[in-house]
Ligand binder design. Structure first.
Ligand SMILES: [Mn+2]
Length: 365
């Protein structure tokens, strides 16, 4: 395309003159097509190499996902976890307040709760989600001091922790073990007093460098399930795949590239999400005007994800977490309605505005 219409600009208004100027200033150059096949051409333009074509178009679980035990410190982290469980010690998951942090916390909480139950362990399990205002991002020193005071034995971070080496020195000095599941940029130093599961730490050989925080938590959960099986606890084959609805939501919400292993996790995750039985997710889907069975990355990015993020931004991320792990549809209805309204729905109140309408979440006047 060129600036062919420039001569006639005077006849048209300012807007069209601007448009003419645009075409005069910029020339669109369409590059020659090297590939004979249209598919090849489109894939090449997206940077997909011929040897990546199969994985890109037809992701395959067995071929295109990696063993969680490829993470350098996975084995040690898993061993530490089971020692804590065997001793019936206290575990806290420290998450984050955005959709990735909340989904990852829900994923790990669901898995660990199940393992505790199967092992008949006396361990207690709690989830702590920091407050954006009062705690800030990452593991705050005052939070760790509280964990120490409460006689916590193991802290597992999700979607944060890698930049909090000082805080973990404190934990170590008080005998608290720390497992970090994170994907954020490294801090000044990598925490040496923690089992670090993070694709970007120096020397890490795990091949997928673009997992989201929930993706890293999924890898840890998969390793825990694998080890639980080895120890004789009944987890059916493929059990971990049912956690992929959380991974599908978080990978899109955290805007991670849908290439390589992420593409496979997302593809299978969407299948799981479209069949999800989690009451809270079902309710969020319904309230967002979406339909189970036709959830895609756009539905996640524009309807589901923003609802989860909103909780941590204008209220408490706990609301998003409680919704994701709700066990009954009654709980889910109340919780998801609060997301939907953007504030606590007390029946006659929808959102932050008092209304006389009916809340579509709880159906109360
Ligand atoms: Mn994240």
């Amino acid at each position: 395309m060129g600036g062919g219409g420039a001569r006639n600009c005077g006849k048209y208004g300012a807007f069209k003159r601007g448009l003419c100027f645009f075409f005069m200033k910029f020339k669109w150059i369409i590059s020659d097509r090297q590939e004979s096949d249209l598919w090849e051409c489109l894939l090449a333009r997206r940077g997909v190499l011929p040897n990546q074509r199969q994985e890109f178009l037809y992701p395959d679980w067995d071929k295109n996902t990696h063993s969680p035990f490829l993470f350098t410190r996975m084995e040690e982290a898993v061993e530490r976890f089971f020692t804590v469980l065997t001793r019936g010690e206290k575990i806290i998951i420290h998450g984050d307040y955005d959709a990735d942090g909340v989904s990852g916390s829900a994923l790990l909480y669901t898995t660990i709760e199940e393992i505790i139950e199967k092992m008949n362990s006396k361990s207690s399990l709690e989830v702590f989600l920091p407050d954006r205002q009062s705690d800030g991002y990452g593991v705050a020193k005052h939070t760790m001091q509280k964990f120490i005071k409460d006689k916590t034995n193991l802290v597992i971070t999700v979607d944060c922790g890698i930049a909090n080496a000082d805080v973990f020195d404190l934990a170590h000095a008080s005998g608290v073990s720390v497992i970090i599941c994170d994907h954020h940029q490294l801090g000044e130093r990598v925490p040496e007093h923690a089992f670090v599961i993070h694709p970007l730490v120096p020397g890490e050989v795990y091949p997928n460098k673009t997992l989201c925080g929930t993706g890293v938590a999924f890898k840890f959960a998969s390793a825990l399930i694998e080890e639980a099986r080895k120890r004789g606890f009944a987890f059916p084959t493929g059990h971990e795949k049912w956690l992929l609805d959380f991974v599908a939501i978080a990978t899109v919400t955290d805007v991670m590239p849908l290439l390589g292993e992420n593409r496979t996790l997302e593809t299978y995750g969407l299948k799981v999400l479209n069949k999800t039985r989690r009451p809270g997710i079902l309710k969020i889907i319904e309230l967002s005007g979406s339909t189970l069975g036709s959830i895609d990355t756009e539905t996640i990015g524009f309807r589901i994800g923003p609802r989860l993020n909103a909780a941590g931004r204008i209220g408490s991320a706990r609301l998003a977490f409680d919704t994701l792990v709700a066990k009954t549809i009654d709980d889910a209805i109340v919780l998801a309605a609060q997301h939907h309204g953007g504030s606590v729905c007390t029946g006659a109140r929808v959102g932050t505005q008092k209304t006389t309408g009916v809340c579509s979440g709880c159906h109360k006047q």
